[in-house]
Design a protein around this ligand. Structure first.
Ligand code: ATP
Ligand code: MG
Length: 463
């Protein structure tokens, strides 16, 4: 690494150079503030060791100048060197964002350790940043395809909500309209993007399990609670918690969620202390919540709390002008993914898509294109390559209305389920999202089953 050493005492510069070159670093020296800034701009070092007492100026102003010069790039850690008598300056430097300080006379080994720690920290920060910006380009708002007025309004709202201080957001729309994509976009466009995005599908679990997933539990709080466990509200701290299918949550749990939202605090199951968290909750549903309230299945108070900001995602049939754009988007994506030459749709094929009413919304369109890219042959994709609607059960003979025939000796339902999950995973080369699509369930639901059947591999199993 490239280290800039700023100190007016030659002997100190020499001994620092001696020691740090042994660790493989390249050292640039500067004896005063002017030389320091020149060297800094010339070399863009990975770390600066900065004496606070300089002949031409004070160290703090150099610290400020360095930070100003590097504010657009990666953060460059500065370790300040002070005399024992000037602790105030050290405190001031730390406030300004110095990584650490050492007081003269210092121990070389300790200093070398501080340098190592600073370099590791900044490289970790850089990794996190790179990771987040990669995630942002995968999940950010520009991934929402659509130029229709309805979609532009949604995108605009997503942008505004993500930048806002809103702590709850409700996303409503039919199945397959893009609620998941929108929730992720809100997270990755927001200031919370370096913190976790946690999600859970409220339908996938029974009540007690869901409660412990959300709030965690203390050791011994119920028979299976052998260890203390943190819940998603805690794990998502600083970030976003996505509660998918909130319409399916039981009223008891709804009131606990409401309390957590209002108090920004909750207790683990069996816990006695309040845990404070800062979490943005995005809830999604394709259910009619108003009807749920009328029938006593959905709590009105939670409804009003969630309803402060609602993003209504229109069904695809209401924004058909987006169909060609979406087709182009998925054609490109799947031909790249399956390494197929990209093909165009014939006019008949496009007409077929334009006159269809899309009960399964964008997901159905996506699946139709995926299938056509994978299985279609010839130079173009024709109308016959596009299979629309859920494949209905065969309607021949007595058993026609049945999807599968139950063998006379019966079956073990769990085994059949496990087998189907395995088949779906095999067919999609382990891609959980696509396997879930094949089974008509969500990714959370397939993950839940994979865990249940012991189909998770190593790291994946640890959530
Ligand atoms: N505007 C869009 N642009 C690009 N892709 C989209 C868009 N809307 C939806 N999709 C894609 O359609 C599929 C279904 O979207 P998503 O899973 O977000 O739907 P959903 O509303 O959450 O459905 P459900 O209610 O069944 O959970 C996803 O693969 C998503 O990538
Ligand atoms: Mg969804």
């Amino acid at each position: 690494m490239n280290i800039l050493v700023v100190d007016d005492e030659k002997l100190i510069r020499w001994s620092l150079k001696e020691r740090l070159s042994r660790e493989g670093h390249v050292i640039t020296e500067a004896e005063d503030g002017k030389a320091a800034l020149e060297a800094f701009n010339r070399e863009t070092p990975d770390l600066v060791l900065l004496d606070m007492k300089l002949p031409d100026t004070d160290g703090l102003s150099i610290l400020r100048a360095i930070q100003k010069a590097s504010q657009d790039g990666p953060e460059i850690p500065v370790i300040v060197i002070t005399a024992y008598s000037t602790v105030d300056t050290a405190v001031e430097a730390m406030k300004l964002g110095a990584f650490d300080y050492v007081a003269k006379p210092f121990n070389m080994d300790e200093l070398a350790i501080t340098v190592k720690r600073a370099l590791e920290t900044s490289s970790l920060k850089r990794d996190v940043r790179a990771h987040v910006s990669e995630r942002r380009s995968t999940f950010g708002v520009h991934n929402l395809v659509g130029k229709s007025k309805a979609m532009r309004d949604v995108v605009e709202l997503v942008r505004r909500v993500s930048q806002s201080g809103a702590s709850t957001v409700l996303v409503r729309g039919e199945s397959g309209t893009g609620k998941d994509v929108i929730a992720k976009a809100i997270h990755y466009e927001s200031g919370r993007s370096e913190k976790p995005f946690m999600n859970i599908t409220c339908t996938a679990l029974q009540d007690t399990l869901l409660e412990s997933e959300l709030f965690g539990h203390e050791r011994g709080s119920f028979t299976d609670a052998k260890m203390q466990k943190k819940g998603l509200f805690e794990l998502a701290n600083g970030g976003t918690l996505f509660l998918d299918e909130i319409g399916d949550m039981s009223p008891t749990l709804q009131s606990k969620v409401l309390r957590a939202l209002e108090e920004k605090a909750f207790r683990r199951i069996g816990g006695t202390v309040d845990i404070k968290v800062d979490v943005r909750v995005i809830a999604a549903t394709n259910k009619d919540l108003e009807k749920g309230i009328a029938e006593g299945r959905f709590r009105e108070d939670l409804y009003y709390r969630l309803n402060i900001i609602t993003i209504l995602v229109p069904p695809l049939r209401a924004k058909k002008e987006d169909v060609p754009l979406l087709v182009g988007h998925f054609l490109k994506r799947f031909s790249e993914e399956f390494r197929k030459e990209s093909r165009e749709l014939t006019k008949e094929a496009m007409d077929k898509l334009m006159s269809y009413d899309w009960p399964g919304n964008v997901r159905e369109l996506k699946n139709a294109i995926e299938r056509a890219v994978l299985l279609g042959q010839g130079a173009t994709i024709g109308a016959d390559d596009l299979v629309l609607g859920r494949p209905g059960p065969a309607t021949t003979g007595e058993e026609g209305a049945r999807l599968l025939k139950l063998p006379s000796k019966g079956i073990v339902l769990e085994e059949l389920e496990k087998d189907l999950v395995m088949q779906a995973l095999e067919r999609t080369a382990g891609n959980q999202t696509r396997a879930a699509d094949l089974l008509g369930i969500t990714r959370d639901q397939i993950r839940y089953r994979m865990e249940k059947f012991g189909l998770m591999k190593g790291e994946e199993a640890q959530r």
